[in-house]
Write a protein that binds this ligand. Structure first.
Ligand SMILES: Nc1nc2c(c(=O)[nH]1)N[C@H]1C(S)=C(S)[C@@H](COP(=O)(O)OP(=O)(O)OC[C@H]3O[C@@H](n4cnc5c(=O)[nH]c(N)nc54)[C@H](O)[C@@H]3O)O[C@H]1N2
Ligand SMILES: Nc1nc2c(c(=O)[nH]1)N[C@H]1C(S)=C(S)[C@@H](COP(=O)(O)OP(=O)(O)OC[C@H]3O[C@@H](n4cnc5c(=O)[nH]c(N)nc54)[C@H](O)[C@@H]3O)O[C@H]1N2
Ligand code: SF4
Ligand SMILES: [Mo]
Length: 672
């Protein structure tokens, strides 16, 4: 290390289960290198194809560096530079006016997943104290995982499950509706360790993803039918007499109902529902019956469907039937966030009274006349939210005051009245926890913010001061906020202090290794695993295709080169993405006269977008796929996949249905 060179420990803020630990090398006040931290036991030194470009991204030419005010019509993206004082003054006057005339509930603080930080981002609900003082509407961040979370809570009382590191001990691994090598690749090392010891790895996914290609076996299931498959596999387990009767009797409740549901789903029937060969269902069921421990990694892909909550609930029943929770390496994990017990003190006592809740994925419906201010931060609803065309119509409303705090001129920024420049992760402090591992991480700022960028916390502190708000907790510093987070008194935080986090960069939660959850019972009302009542399989929307309706089931999963819409403007990553594409099975392509490389319209009653046709047997007939994350203004046709995604709710938790929409395809008139 040369003199004047500093190494600063930080953490990746993006909405990815891996929350990597990173090291930033700083020379003369500027960040010259970012590397994965080799000392971190889970992420072990590697970042990913996206974040390897993070430093370059912080210095991108299109970075927003100053507050701006709209000068053109809404949607035009034309702005003039203004000072922070002017911005704060205009915002203060508008917010005061709205609160006085319509009440605080006319404000919708629309916080997204741009950073998962507990201080600056969605996990700690940054800004919530400020909104509470104004009496703003609540924002329900249901966009990502809420159906699955609800399903898991019903069974386990928590969305938390296995420590992903224990997959190294699994002997059968089911990768269920999860594209590990794209959406959280660090798990792969543990899977490889298991394989070296003889484990069999199965990918259950309608698409032959890069993960499915690397697995030992791939079951190309019909979308949204996973609960039926889970029932079919358990049917084989029962036929083999391999259910763990002792576990069922002593640690679960609701077995009679589940057992009936299982018996109603023999492999032949499940083959019809899922489109999988009966022999494959029987073979995997037999393997499941005979292999302990079996570890299931199911993530968000599986629950972005009409029956997604129930699917997660039914899949999560499997380890109760097999008794896999007895063994390290057995069980299921969706997200480890249920094991994180920080003290998130949003000071809801500051609210002047009860307030309504508005739902993130329902922006297209709920951004009505009753909302006078939409405050968007760490979110890009024009790109990421369902019902894109209707969202756009709503954002055009002249009487709506829209403020967007952003790093980049996103599709949403184009509709703002005021834009506030936001810091990036190397420029602010934050506390993080992985949702795919068992560590807390500290992100120390490495450099000064460029231009006039401010962090989320500092923006709200300045705005509170400008508005003359007197509530002292609105002025807590970032370090004070971080200290408060660590004061829950939960045993998993024992010995974890801010000093230690700042020194070491990351600390494992204070749990045993290997960590096996639920050994002292389940955090449910009964203390048992609760299979629940009612149907264990809810069909997808796409199964309801009536004659004459749109025939193809569209899936819109994670892109390898973007993180949601973040990096969608990075020239190199955009190039590598090859632009919006649509995977089409050869039979479906030929029926529509589509050829490889041709541009197609993907459409339904919601809207349409354009994508280049990629003909491939990687998708089942009847299924097409196009990845999320592209920017509208950088896409041919000026729309993206969410133009055809409906703002509908899943069965539980008001979850989103990004993979459960019917579309049709046609060649573009002008082909490019
Ligand atoms: N590179 C990259 N990484 C990311 C993200 C990103 O945008 N890019 N996004 C991050 C975020 S916000 C999240 S929430 C996670 C999401 O990551 P994942 O949980 O992996 O979610 P998806 O990519 O939506 O879907 C995963 C897989 O599920 C499959 N799938 C779709 N429908 C079904 C179904 O009905 N049944 C089954 N069995 N499989 C189905 C899809 O084909 C896809 O391959 O990843 C995070 N990581
Ligand atoms: N079609 C389809 N759509 C999807 C999905 C899908 O599978 N298919 N997945 C959904 C999922 S899982 C998710 S989580 C959502 C994500 O949807 P959003 O929460 O809207 O996330 P992003 O699109 O990544 O936009 C985040 C924005 O926050 C900004 N940002 C990052 N850090 C900060 C910060 O510190 N401060 C401020 N002010 N801004 C910051 C970034 O520049 C970026 O523009 O998308 C959903 N959309
Ligand atoms: S996006 Fe995920 S894999 Fe990439 S650096 Fe961030 S946490 Fe690590
Ligand atoms: Mo997400």
């Amino acid at each position: 290390m040369s003199s004047g060179e500093l190494r600063v420990l930080g953490a990746c803020p993006l909405d990815c289960p891996d929350t990597c630990s990173w090291v930033v090398t700083v020379q003369d006040g500027s960040a010259v290198k970012m590397r994965g931290n080799p000392d971190h036991p889970y992420t072990r030194g590697a970042l990913c194809v996206k974040v390897n470009r993070y430093l370059e991204h912080t210095r991108a030419a299109d970075r927003i560096l100053h507050p701006m005010r709209r000068v053109g019509p809404k949607g035009s993206g034309r702005f003039e530079r203004i000072s922070w004082d002017e911005a704060l003054e205009e915002i203060s006057v508008r917010l005061r006016g709205i609160v006085d005339e319509y009440g605080g509930e006319a404000i919708w603080p629309y916080l997204g997943t741009g950073t998962l930080g507990y201080v600056q981002g969605s996990e700690g609900i940054a800004g919530r104290r400020f909104w509470n003082v104004l009496g703003a509407s609540r924002h329900f961040l249901n966009i990502c995982s809420s159906a699955g979370n609800s399903g898991l809570r019903q069974v386990y009382g928590t969305p938390g499950g296995m420590d992903p590191e224990t997959f190294a001990l699994s002997r059968l691994i089911l990768l269920w509706g999860t594209n590990t090598l794209t959406s959280g690749h660090h798990l792969w090392k543990f899977i490889q360790d298991a394989r070296a010891a003889g484990a069999h790895v199965v990918a259950i996914d309608p698409i032959r993803t890069r993960t499915a290609e690397q697995a030992d076996e791939h079951l190309p299931i019909r979308p949204g039918t996973d609960a039926a498959l889970a029932l079919g596999l358990m049917n084989v387990v029962l036929a083999e007499g391999a259910e763990d009767r002792d576990y069922l009797e002593n640690h679960t409740s609701g077995w009679e109902n589940l057992r009936e549901e299982i018996l109603r789903h023999p492999p032949a029937r499940v083959a019809e529902i899922t489109g999988l060969p009966e022999a494959d269902i029987r073979a995997l069921g037999t393997r499941l019956a005979r292999t302990r421990p079996t570890g299931i990694r199911a993530t968000m892909g599986v629950q972005r469907h009409a029956g997604g909550g129930t699917a997660m609930r039914t899949i999560a029943s499997i380890p109760g039937v097999t008794g896999d929770w007895r063994h390290p390496g057995g069980g299921i994990v969706y997200s480890t966030s249920g094991h994180v017990h920080l003290n998130i003190d949003t000071r809801d006592d500051l609210l002047p009274g009860p307030v309504r809740t508005l739902t993130m994925t329902r922006l297209a419906d709920e951004l009505d006349e009753s909302v006078k201010c939409l405050w968007v931060y760490a979110a890009n609803p024009m790109g990421s939210t369902s019902g894109q065309n209707r969202v756009r119509e709503r954002l055009l409303r002249e009487d709506l005051f829209t403020v967007v705090m952003e790093q980049f001129p996103t599709d949403t920024v184009d509709y703002a009245d005021i834009v506030l420049p936001a810091t990036m992760q190397i420029e602010h402090a934050d506390l993080h926890a992985g949702y795919g591992h068992m560590y807390l991480l500290w992100n120390e700022p490495a450099v000064e913010p460029p231009g006039e960028c401010l962090s989320t916390t500092e923006t709200f502190r300045r705005l509170a001061r400008h508005m003359g708000l007197t509530e002292p907790s609105l002025y807590d510093s970032d370090l004070e906020l971080a200290e408060q987070l660590l004061t829950s008194g939960h045993p998993s935080l024992e010995g974890i202090t801010l000093d230690r986090l700042r020194k070491e960069g990351w600390v494992r939660l204070s749990v045993p290794r290997p960590f096996v959850p639920f050994t002292d019972g389940f955090p449910t009302p009964s203390g048992r695993m609760e299979f629940g009542s009612g149907p264990a399989y809810v069909p997808p929307h796409t199964a309801s295709a009536a004659p004459g309706s749109y025939p193809l089931a569209l899936i819109t999963p994670a892109s390898h080169t973007f993180l949601n819409t973040t990096f969608g403007n990075n020239p190199e990553l955009l190039k590598r993405s090859k632009g919006p594409r649509i995977l089409v099975h050869p039979e479906d392509a030929s029926r529509r006269g589509l050829s490889e490389g041709q541009r197609a319209r993907v459409f339904n009653d919601e809207g349409e977008f354009e994508a280049v046709v990629e003909i491939s047997e990687k998708v089942r007939p009847g299924v097409v796929a196009s990845t999320k994350g592209h920017w509208r203004k950088l896409s041919p046709g000026g729309a993206t996949a969410n133009a055809v995604v409906a703002a509908r709710d899943a069965d539980l938790g008001r979850g989103a249905v990004y993979h459960d929409n019917l579309v049709e395809l046609a060649p573009c008139a002008t082909t490019g």
